[in-house]
Write a protein of this length. Structure first.
Length: 116
């Protein structure tokens, strides 16, 4: 089971990034998919979640209206579009796949740094 995040990097405030999380050795179609982030010295925070069918999403208040989570079950991939980025969005972003019967899986994370 593997989740691999990509798309992180350094961006100026107000900029955009699109993160991807590609799954292998299992199919994500029966999993709720989540994006978390963890900044140095802070607790891990749930940023966005999407239902297995993609028909329901939830966001942290701090990112509502700026971030969009989506999924393509055919490509076994989940995305996080991040717009209007702020310095406080700087963190390692981690992909999570969760199914209460099948397990809970994590990627290694991708660094997002928002700085001028």
């Amino acid at each position: 089971v593997q989740l691999v995040e990509s798309g992180g990097g350094l961006v100026q405030p107000g900029g955009s990034l699109r993160l991807s999380c590609a799954a292998s050795l299992f199919t994500i179609s029966s999993y709720v998919m989540n994006w978390y982030r963890q900044a140095p010295g802070k607790e891990r925070e749930l940023v966005a979640a999407i239902s297995s069918a993609g028909d329901s999403t939830n966001y942290a208040d701090s990112v509502k209206g700026r971030f969009t989570i989506s999924r393509d079950n055919a490509k076994n991939t989940v995305y996080l579009q991040m717009n209007s980025l702020k310095p406080e969005d700087t963190a390692v972003y981690l992909c999570n796949a969760r199914n209460i019967w099948r397990g809970d899986y994590w990627g290694q994370g991708t660094q997002v740094t928002v700085s001028s």
